[in-house]
Write a protein that binds this ligand. Sequence first.
Ligand code: SF4
Length: 307
Amino acid sequence: MRAVDGVSLSVGRGRTLGIVGESGCGKSVLSLSVMRLLPPNGRIASGRVLLDGTDLAGLPHSAMRKVRGGRVAMIFQEPMTSLNPVHTVGFQIVEALAVHTEHPAAALRDRAIEALRRVRIPAPERRFHEYPHQLSGGMRQRVMIAMALSCEPSLLIADEPTTALDVTVQAEILDLLRTLQQESGMAIILITHDLGVVAEMADDVAVMYAGRIVEQAPAASLFADPQHPYTLGLLSSIPRLDEDAARLPAIAGRVPAPHALPPGCRFNPRCVFAAERCRAEVPALRPLDDTHAVACHLAPVELHAAA
Ligand code: SF4
């Protein structure tokens, strides 16, 4: 089964690429593939993952261990299950610094405290000695970010970094990520199902459906002029303050499982525009202009006429 199929993406230094789609679209498998953290029953069957010209997909495990957590770091959705519960947060940051940096051992504690301070954790000297369960959800996510950024990665993959947080803490974390990105120039891949987060953070957006990219564009043009019916569906299901909708429209049905993909366009059983051709032919991802690409037989002209 192919959980991710034919995906091609790039993200530049200092840029943020948002990857959106419902649960089961392949977003997390994609990010775990970049990190080479797939579970034992998963593998990268073909393709490359280039970081400054080095193919991470082809690196020996020992070399990849140096890259992972160093030049490429990841923050996960739920820091309570990602942090080690039996070690203090300070110990865990020191460990990352010891593995991935050349700092002398005597300086690691100070570096770790500095990392906690950078993510605006109050009283970092005290927090250094605390365990994950002693911190709030927002604080734990800050610790994850501190750990991820302590080794100054070129690329940060943030997989649903704010989903487990309430909206005010979410806004603080996003603001923090933006500030830290401006300071360091790192690239961010932001994986989320929340288009509001993408609108706030991303320069470019890729919309995934059933393991493939169905639309790719700069964030401004994707929100102003969505071309794929799936993107249209996602956008119209967001509550808006300036509209008085009694009930939000939903996309009927569910994402198909990788072993039960429909023929033709994978979105066709759920698409209100589906035509005969859609059930027979797989639509290729094709450019509409220099920056906007879409995988739909009807886009752009006929889709607008149908809408
Ligand atoms: Fe809908 Fe057809 Fe476009 Fe697929 S190719 S998204 S089924 S209109």
